[in-house]
Design a protein around this ligand. Sequence first.
Ligand code: XIL
Length: 350
Amino acid sequence: MSQTTHARRMSAWLAATVALVVAIGAPAALAHGGGLRDVARRPLIGTAVDMNALANDPTYKAAIEREFNIVTPENVMKWETVEPQQGVTDFSQGDALVRFARANHQLVRGHTLVWHSQLPSWLTSGTFTPAQLRDILRRHIFEEAGHFRGRIYAWDVVNEAFNEDGTLRDTIWLRALGPGYIADAFRWAHQADPHAKLYYNDFNLESIGPKSDAALALVKQLQAQHVPIDGVGFQGHLSIEFPYPDTFGANLQRFAAAGVDVAITEADVRMVLPATPEKLATQATYFANMMRGCVAVRRCVSFTLWGFTDKYSWVPGFFAGEGAATPLDESFQPKPAYFALRDALARRGD
Ligand code: XIL
């Protein structure tokens, strides 16, 4: 058989195989020759990663490799994990995620340097003067951002600093250091890792309203003070019990217009269990709307799911009676939300 005949037969065979796979219902990931990460160049598509599942569940691991090009550690870069005793740091699990991501050509979002939650108990139950707390915070940021220097695409520098009414949340940091702790945290993070994009990140920031107004004012204030802020993360924890936040797209746009990147950082869409076909269809529209909002805004650089399979989602543990919040079910089978996300991503305008 000549080379060309062989090549022709091979391509005929390939075409037939592709047709067959499509006809019998290809696994979702194969329809585009890969996963969500292969559908479009922007936004980057990510997930939070549960390091235990990554180590123990090969199906989970393979799905992350296939579907995503950016990852966020769900817990292992939080303060309680990285400094369990004062002065004793442990970045081993974060390092493992960074290695995994590098091997799979994925970027890493660092989460999170300054937060009021998941703090080590030595910090929350100790007695420290404001000057000591300032020093502890500064040291933490330099240690953690310094440890991962050059390996993190973007840091959630400050997480969840606002109340719903737009006032600053009463935290250990606000109480001891005053509102200037936010600017300080960004300055320190920039010194520790000058190349990382630095984000403010929060929930219920989706709609235009008092909380997002306050976040936008913060961005403008930091910019006016030449504090290095590069982006704002909209967590995107939605529930079909509430109407879709219709102003989300316009809201992303007004932050982008202020000169920062925007990202959807923790998307999930929960429902009261049990899931029904109707609820799953509604969920799919919420995910698609979020993705369309991001796709429409050039500075919306990434869209990260807070878990991609119901097998490991945080939702049932935190919202009693609710769950089914991710695009894949507990057996890693795609729900309508998976296809809705993929279609919204594929219908990019630019
Ligand atoms: C959650 C994790 O998913 C859980 O595993 C953990 O027990 C608590 O924190 N906003 C955030 C995330 O910024 O860090 C939270 O992650 C979910 C809400």
